[in-house]
Design a protein around this ligand. Structure first.
Ligand code: ZN
Length: 308
């Protein structure tokens, strides 16, 4: 059975104005790179469905979901925070992005699809239960996780977040849910300036100072993430895959390179093979320098589909 590549043309129609780094070309850069590398030959492509109101409300308050649906402008932009705006296509793109995580969950849990990569935008990990922020509206990965837990009845799901920014939204939604283990590594002193003082028992947060580099990142994975994952024994692993920690990406200064993204994906695949029949679902988060985004997503997907 082929791995799944889930995306939708609607995800490229959402845009937040000229020169905004979270731009439609991010998806083109990834798609082009996967095509050139022949990786899409190993994957089945799916058009992401629209997430339903009920699916979204497993991660967000109903009032908030309705507020976002109602805020769609007829033309121009509706500003949600200083960095985050809606155009007339944003709602559909956001529903597709969350719907992709739901579809990936269904495919992996019921159709024998081993792994899935959701090439979607807007991203999701800054979206809190009641707040849109940091380019995010609905928390795609949290919607997928709650679907796995509440629709499919899973008891233990892990979320791994290696975006350079702390996934405050995922933590807000999933903290103190004993069915979820969230492991993250992020750069300290960077937006959204959270994550270092988490008290929830199901959060494994590692803040690394700027310019830590790949060696410190790998050591944190080995000393903090892997033991927690081994003890938790997840039935399914989700990844919030942000590639803005790459040294060519101006959004952060962790100094990672493609080899680090390949390495961490391989380590996670090993955990998945031991505990959850290799089932991993990855959802795109950040990554704004188009060339390094394409290359980083390429090595990540290659490891995810076992093509190397
Ligand atoms: Zn980020």
């Amino acid at each position: 059975m082929l791995s799944a590549y889930i995306t939708h043309a609607d995800c490229a129609r959402h845009e937040m104005g000229p020169d905004h780094p979270e731009c439609p070309n991010r998806l083109t850069a990834i798609n082009d790179h996967l095509l050139v590398k022949g990786l899409l030959d190993y994957m089945h492509s799916y058009d992401a469905p629209l997430a339903t109101f009920e699916q979204l409300c497993r991660a967000h308050s109903p009032d908030y979901v309705q507020e976002i649906l109602d805020a769609s402008p007829k033309e121009g932009y509706t500003r949600v925070d200083p960095d985050t705006s809606m155009n007339p296509f944003t709602v559909r793109a956001a529903l597709r992005a969350a719907g992709a995580a739901v579809q990936a969950t269904d495919l992996v849990l019921t159709q024998g699809v081993p792994t899935a990569f959701c090439a979607v935008r807007p991203p999701g990990h800054h979206a809190e239960r009641r707040t849109a922020m940091g380019f995010c509206f609905f928390n795609n990965v949290a919607v997928g996780i709650r679907h796995a837990l509440e629709h499919h009845g899973l008891e233990r799901v892990a979320l791994i977040d290696f975006d350079v920014h702390h996934g405050n939204g995922s933590e807000d939604i999933l903290q103190n849910d004993p069915r979820v283990l969230m492991c993250s590594i992020f750069e300290t002193g960077l937006y959204p300036f959270s994550g270092e003082n988490s008290t929830a028992g199901n959060m494994v947060n590692v803040g690394l100072p700027p310019r830590s580099g790949g060696q410190a990142f790998r050591e944190a994975v080995e000393s903090r993430w892997l033991p927690a994952l081994e003890a938790f024994k997840p039935q399914l692993i989700y990844i919030s895959a942000g590639f803005d920690g790459h040294r060519e990406d101006d959004m952060g200064n962790l100094g990672l390179v493609e080899a680090d993204y390949a390495w961490v994906t391989h380590r996670l695949m090993e955990v998945a093979k031991r505990h959850c029949q290799g089932r991993v679902i990855s959802c795109l988060e950040g990554g704004y320098m188009l060339s390094s985004l394409g290359r980083s997503a390429g090595v990540h997907v290659k490891a995810l589909i076992g093509a190397d």
